[in-house]
Design a binder for this molecule. Sequence first.
Ligand SMILES: Nc1ncnc2c1ncn2[C@@H]1O[C@H](COP(=O)(O)OP(=O)(O)OP(=O)(O)O)[C@@H](O)[C@H]1O
Ligand SMILES: [Mg+2]
Length: 219
Amino acid sequence: MILSLTGIRKSYTTTEGTIEILKGIDLDVAAGESVALTGESGSGKSTLLHLAGGLDHADGGSVMMGGQDLASFDDGARARYRRTQVGLVFQQFNLIPSLNVAANISFHAKLADRHDPAWEAALTEELGLSAYLARYPEQLSGGQQQRVAIGRTLAARPPLILADEPTGNLDEATGDTVLDLMLSLARNAGSALLLVTHSSRLADRLDRKVVLRSGRIVG
Ligand SMILES: Nc1ncnc2c1ncn2[C@@H]1O[C@H](COP(=O)(O)OP(=O)(O)OP(=O)(O)O)[C@@H](O)[C@H]1O
Ligand SMILES: [Mg+2]
């Protein structure tokens, strides 16, 4: 297993009191496998992705990555994990505004010590970004920025990609094309994929689909 979540619990406390969002999540993702995570708005999908990515701490349960317990990591190890083992694609692309497309694409690969110009050239070609390498994020459309964000993650060949509605703000046809590309490129990179989507049509294209409901994984 590349990712093993066991008994994951997470509550949030607000002025209205404490709400338990995740009530014991068990979920395994095998190396190279693609899993769709669906569920109603507010069911806790993004929360779960943040925990799997080491961006937040669970209240209970364990996150195992490649057989190692994330809770046993100190800050340095956690930062290394985020740099080398996991790639995040969120709806807000978080591109670096001061870097052009080419530099954005190679940024994480360099941090992960996996900079590979030939792979990056193939990725930019496949993602239809070759003509935009010298441009800056603000000079791109939303769909183009999304493709840069996907390329940047794939360039680093992380064993696990966590993607939160990566095609959420694209029209249906563009979203389908980008998702297909992401699936085939993740396969080429050997990356497993845990992908949040509201679309059961898109979810059906992945190896497996799970649903988050009332704080638990069903189906
Ligand atoms: N930092 C926070 N403090 C308090 N409550 C939070 C916090 N973050 C999220 N929540 C609440 O936790 C629940 C789950 O949020 P989350 O963002 O994980 O849902 P989601 O399944 O990703 O929803 P969506 O499909 O709309 O993106 C929501 O009810 C939300 O209001
Ligand atoms: Mg969300």
